[in-house]
Design a protein around this ligand. Structure first.
Ligand code: HEC
Length: 228
């Protein structure tokens, strides 16, 4: 595994989104206001606790109460009881209940590791929920390095972003892989916003805009209702 470095400078190279428009949209997304966009963004970038009372995220109540642990999340959304016929592959597969789609990316460019995506279908009663787990390839470490979640905002086209660490607890950061092969820590949700932003539509969505074209070739059997 690459060296973990705290700096977010390298992430900025990935994002290339440091435009005023992005900052303004991110500030509205984070706090509900476009005032002091750069300050708002910076404050969230340095947020170390998801419970920071000065920096509450998201500004509007999500459709589910965001659990403190990955285990509670699994129970809440019913993934603890879901069964899949085959181990996940690159092709989308539906769960036996029909409530979830699952797919495995063997080597995610943004993680440098395999990733499993779970997307809720409308039949689950959970409108717009994507969960993705990074598989740890080092057997000495916890098998899931992180769990990330995107959930569609109520009465909005934007999605909110959350991360759980390898200890299964809600976290204010997540790990990413840079083009230079380093594993670095990025603050959540601001680093999520940078990649999951569509400059054209100005929306923050589960599927990164840069990924939409590639996605078309991999979405066989997928539920299209979750698309932005
Ligand atoms: C460096 C860019 C980048 C950053 C930062 C990033 N993502 Fe992503 N995200 C992606 C890409 C690319 C994918 C598509 C899957 C893949 O290739 O790994 C993705 C996929 C996802 C998915 C699966 C969506 C679906 O339905 O297919 C979720 C959920 C997600 N990300 C959540 C997050 C959260 C939460 C954060 C912040 C903690 C985050 N992402 C930060 C690039 C990024």
């Amino acid at each position: 595994m690459g060296k973990i470095c705290q700096s977010t400078v390298l992430l900025t190279a990935w994002f290339n989104t440091s435009t005023g428009q992005f900052l303004e949209d991110a500030a509205i997304h984070l706090s509900g206001s476009n005032k002091n966009a750069a300050e708002t963004y910076t404050a969230y970038k340095h947020r170390t606790s998801t419970q920071d009372p000065k920096l509450p995220y998201p500004p509007t109540k999500p459709s589910i109460d965001i659990p403190e642990t990955r285990e509670e999340l699994w129970t809440l959304v019913g993934l603890d009881k879901e069964k899949f016929e085959h181990p996940p592959t690159h092709r989308w597969q539906m769960s036996q209940s029909g409530n979830w789609m699952i797919r495995r990316i063997p080597n995610s460019k943004v993680k440098g590791k395999p990733r499993i995506i779970y997307r809720s279908r409308n039949s689950s009663g959970l409108e717009g929920l994507s969960i993705v787990e990074t598989e740890e390839t080092d057997p000495a470490l916890a098998p899931v390095r992180e769990t990330e979640m995107a959930i569609k905002r109520q009465n909005s086209k934007d999605w909110d972003f959350f991360a759980y660490g390898s200890d299964g607890k809600l976290d204010a950061a997540s790990l990413f892989y840079t083009r230079s092969g380093k594993t670095i820590k990025g603050p959540a949700p601001v680093s999520c916003l940078a990649c999951h932003y569509n400059r054209r539509t100005r929306l923050f969505t589960n599927i990164p805009a840069s990924y939409l074209v590639a996605e078309k070739f991999n979405s066989v059997g997928a539920d299209s209702s979750n698309r932005p």
